[in-house]
Design a protein around this ligand. Sequence first.
Ligand code: 13P
Length: 251
Amino acid sequence: MAARRPLIAGNWKMNGLKLDGLTLAQAVAQDVGKPGAVGCELLVCPPATLVMTIAHVLVGSSVGLGGQDCHAKVSGAHTGDISAAMLRDAGAAYVIVGHSERRTDHGESDAQVLAKAQAAQAAGLTAIICIGETEAQYVAGQTLDVLSRQIAGSVPDGAKAAATVVAYEPVWAIGTGRTPTNDEIAAAHAHIRKELAKRTADAAAVRLLYGGSVKPSNAAEILRLPDVDGALVGGASLIAADFAAIARSCP
Ligand code: 13P
């Protein structure tokens, strides 16, 4: 099996003014972000307003930087939007696309998420493509079908592992303190990898993250599941000590 270096990514969402973001990034950088401090790769995804500022704080640390969304176009008349090239220019190496909050709040379709992932990769960013079922779909037993559909619709054909991460985030597990069982997480990740193999020869090397109520108390058991190559962490990534504890839980 291809070696996949675990990735622990913090999605700060719409949280943090300048001082909060700087303090948090500094705390992460000086703890688990010291080169060699942990075996996994670390990433923080602050609000767009803080990307450039935080890039400076992270110089010399092993913490990477990502955006939370990008536009599918390179430039143009798209007021309020940010292109992948702009994020790269500001110091980001990654960008989250298709987060369920974007899919819900902004009505983003699989086709739009695909276009964003392609734009991100064309700009030299690694796209973290988010997928996951709603609570109604989970209760109806449709989880694997939903994941198949979202992968078919939003993962670029022939995606390269170096530029592609897939995050499985059950919508009902985000910010709720609820998580699927370990068996359900493992089954979903195995299914995602199988479906990815239909889109790319690199499927065995693509990192798959679990996201949804990951915290220090459940990180170790989730991170050791087969086909789970890291975590996309929301709320707990806003607390430096919790994010560090999750990073230290990496097998
Ligand atoms: P929580 O960790 O707060 O559940 O959020 C998960 C998430 O949406 C990360 O993208």
